[in-house]
Design a protein around this ligand. Structure first.
Ligand code: BLA
Length: 508
C-alpha cells in the first residue's frame, strides 16, 4: 500500500486514508488502554490544548482527568461498543475553565478520546428544537426530487454552509449532484456528473462505515500523533479529527472552498450517496451539531427507502395497467402479430427509451429511433445468441457488439425482451448516447486555480473526464426498467403462447 499523503493522481485509490498518522488542529486526540487508562499515544497539541503539562505516553489518564470524567467516558465506551460508533460526550470540564466536547470509541482494543474546545452556550439546543420540524417536512414529502430539495434547503438554513448538495452515486460509482442549495453568488453544480475517481474506492468504503466527516480548514497544518515504540499506526476510520487526503484538500482549494463536511447516506448497507457541504471560509461545526445532522441524515435515508419502495410498487402497477389495456382485447384478435405491431406506440412509454422495435414472425416494426434493415437482422442474431428466452441488456453496444454499434451510430444501448415461448420473437428498446444531452452546467467563464497536481483537480475537468468515461454509452437500464421488461415478457409470452396453440389447432 502507498503511504498517506504520498500518492499521485493515478494511485489515489491506494492511499491509506484511515491511517494518516496526524489529525486536524481544531481538536486533540489521546488514546489509552481499556483496562487502566494508560496513555498509548497523543496528538502533539494535546498537552497544551487540554492544559495538562504532564500528558505523555505511559502516564495514567485517571489522575489527569478526574473520577467524574472517567466515569462518563466509561459509560460512553459501553454505548460505543454496542453501537459500533463514536459516542459524543458534551461539555466535559477537563481543567479549570476548559470545556470540551469529546468523541469516544474503541478501535483494536484501544480507547480513542478526541476533544474539541466547546462553549457552554452552543447552538445544539437550537438544532434540536428545529429537528422535529425538519423531520416533519421530510416525512410529508413523497416525491424524491422534492425530498432532495427540501433536505438541501433545510440543511443550508440550519448549518449556514455556503453550499449544501445531495450527491448520488450511480452503479459505476460516478456521481451526480441531484440537489443543491447555495449562496447566489456561487456557480451551480446542480445536475453535474463526476467520475468515480473523485471519491476513490477506499474513501467510499470508509464513508460507508463512518457516517460523517468534516474539514475545518483545507489549509490546515496537520498535527502529528506521538506514540510509544512498536505501535502500529492508529486506525482512524471512526475518528472525528482524522487528517484528510492532501489530494482532496487540493481539489477543494482549487474550487475556492475552505471548509467542507459530508454525511453518508447508506441504504441497505451500501453507500447510496452523500450530503456534501462547502463553505468558502474556515468553519468548524461543533460535535453536538454534527450529531444532530447525522441523525437527520439517517432519517433522510429512511424516507428515501420509503419513497423507493412506494415508487417500485407504483411502477409495477402502472406497467401492469398499461399491459392490461393493450392486451384487454387480445383474446378476440385473430392476427396477434399484426395486433402487437399496431400497438407498438402504446408499448413505448412502458420503459423510458428513444425507440422501440418489435420483431415478430420475421417482420420488424419500429417507433422512434431504430436500425436500418441490414442491422435489424444483426439485432435478431444478437437476441438469439445473448437473450434466448431471457431479458438481455447493454448500455454499451460499442463494447458488446462493435459491428452493430458502427452501423447504428445513434443507438448506444439496447434492452432485449423475448416475447414468445420459443426464442424467435423480441421487443427491442433503444437508447441514445447519454452525453449527447448533457453539457457542463457550471459557469462557462469560471477559471479555476490549480495546485501541484495541475488542473485535473477541478470540477470542470472532473466533468470532462466523466464525459469521456460515459462516451458511447447510454443511460444504464435500471432495476425498475428490468422489472417492467419482466412483466411485459411474461404477459406477451402468455398471449403469444395461446396464439400459437390456436394456430396449431386450426392447422390440425
Ligand atoms: C473525498 N471527494 C471526497 C469527498 C467528496 C469528494 C465530497 C468527501 C470529503 C468531503 O466531505 O469533502 C468529491 N466534492 C466532490 C465532488 C464534488 C464535491 C465530486 O463537492 C462536486 C461538486 N479526488 C479527486 C481525485 C482524487 C480524489 C482526482 O478529485 C484522487 C485521484 C481523492 N477524494 C479523494 C480522496 C478523498 C476524497 C482520497 C478522501 C478524503 C478523506 O476523507 O480523507
Amino acid at each position: 500500500m502507498a503511504e498517506f499523503g504520498q500518492v499521485d493522481l493515478t494511485s489515489c485509490d491506494r492511499e491509506p486514508i484511515h491511517i494518516p498518522g496526524s489529525i486536524q488542529p481544531h481538536g486533540c486526540l489521546v488514546t489509552c488502554t481499556v483496562n487502566d487508562f494508560t496513555v498509548l499515544r497523543h496528538s502533539a497539541n494535546a498537552a497544551s490544548m487540554l492544559g495538562f503539562d504532564a500528558l505523555a505516553v505511559g502516564i495514567n489518564l485517571v489522575e489527569l482527568l478526574g473520577a467524574d470524567v472517567i466515569h462518563d467516558i466509561r459509560n460512553g465506551l459501553t454505548l460505543s461498543v454496542t453501537q459500533r460508533r463514536p459516542v459524543f460526550l458534551l461539555n466535559q470540564e477537563l481543567g479549570p475553565e476548559r470545556l470540551f466536547d469529546m468523541a469516544v470509541h474503541i478501535v483494536n482494543g484501544e480507547v480513542v478520546l478526541e476533544c474539541e474546545p466547546a462553549s457552554a452556550t452552543h447552538r445544539a439546543t437550537k438544532f434540536l428544537t428545529q429537528l422535529h420540524g425538519m423531520m416533519d417536512r421530510v416525512r410529508k414529502t413523497s416525491d424524491i426530487t422534492r425530498l432532495f430539495d427540501v433536505v438541501t434547503m433545510l440543511l443550508r438554513g440550519l448549518l449556514e454552509y455556503d453550499r449544501v448538495m445531495v450527491y448520488r452515486f450511480a452503479d459505476d460509482w460516478s456521481g451526480k449532484v441531484v440537489s443543491e442549495a447555495r449562496a447566489l453568488s456561487l456557480e451551480s453544480f446542480l445536475g453535474q456528473h463526476f467520475p468515480s475517481a473523485d471519491i476513490p474506492a477506499q474513501a467510499r468504503e470508509l464513508y460507508r462505515r463512518s457516517p460523517i466527516r468534516m474539514i475545518g480548514d483545507v489549509g490546515y497544518k496537520p498535527v502529528p500523533i506521538v506514540q510509544g515504540e512498536g505501535l502500529a499506526p492508529l486506525d482512524m476510520s471512526l475518528g472525528q479529527l482524522r487528517s484528510v487526503s492532501p489530494i482532496h484538500c487540493e481539489y477543494l482549494t482549487n474550487m475556492g472552498v475552505r471548509a467542507s463536511m459530508s454525511i453518508s447516506i447508506v441504504i441497505d448497507g451500501a453507500l447510496w450517496g452523500m450530503i456534501a457541504c462547502h463553505h468558502y471560509a474556515p468553519r468548524v461545526l461543533p460535535i453536538a451539531e454534527r450529531a444532530v445532522v447525522q441523525m437527520f441524515a439517517e432519517f433522510f435515508a429512511l424516507q428515501i427507502i420509503v419513497i423507493l419502495k412506494t415508487t417500485r410498487l407504483q411502477v409495477a402497477e402502472r406497467t401492469h395497467g398499461l399491459i392490461e389495456s393493450v392486451l384487454r382485447n387480445a383474446a378476440s384478435v385473430s392476427d396477434m402479430p399484426a395486433y402487437l405491431r399496431s400497438q407498438i406506440g402504446r408499448l413505448a412509454p412502458l420503459i423510458q427509451s428513444d425507440g422501440i422495435a418489435i420483431w415478430i414472425d420475421g417482420e420488424w416494426t419500429s417507433h422512434g429511433i431504430s436500425a436500418p434493415i441490414d442491422v435489424q437482422q444483426k439485432f435478431v442474431e444478437l437476441a438469439l445468441e445473448k437473450a434466448g428466452t431471457q431479458i438481455w441488456q447493454s448500455d454499451h453496444l460499442v463494447r458488446d457488439h462493435p459491428w452493430i454499434a458502427a452501423h447504428t451510430a445513434h443507438v448506444a444501448g439496447v434492452l432485449i425482451i423475448p416475447i414468445s415461448p420459443q426464442p424467435e420473437n423480441y421487443v427491442f428498446l433503444f437508447r441514445r448516447e447519454i452525453v449527447q444531452t448533457i453539457n457542463w452546467g457550471g459557469d462557462p467563464n469560471k477559471t479555476y486555480e490549480h495546485g501541484p497536481h495541475g488542473p485535473r483537480l477541478t470540477p470542470r475537468q472532473s466533468f470532462a473526464i466523466w464525459k469521456e468515461q460515459v462516451h458511447e454509452r447510454c443511460l444504464p437500464w435500471s432495476s425498475f426498467d428490468i422489472e417492467a421488461a419482466g412483466q411485459l415478457r411474461s404477459a406477451l409470452i402468455e398471449v403469444m403462447g395461446v396464439y400459437h396453440q390456436q394456430q396449431l389447432s386450426e392447422r390440425a
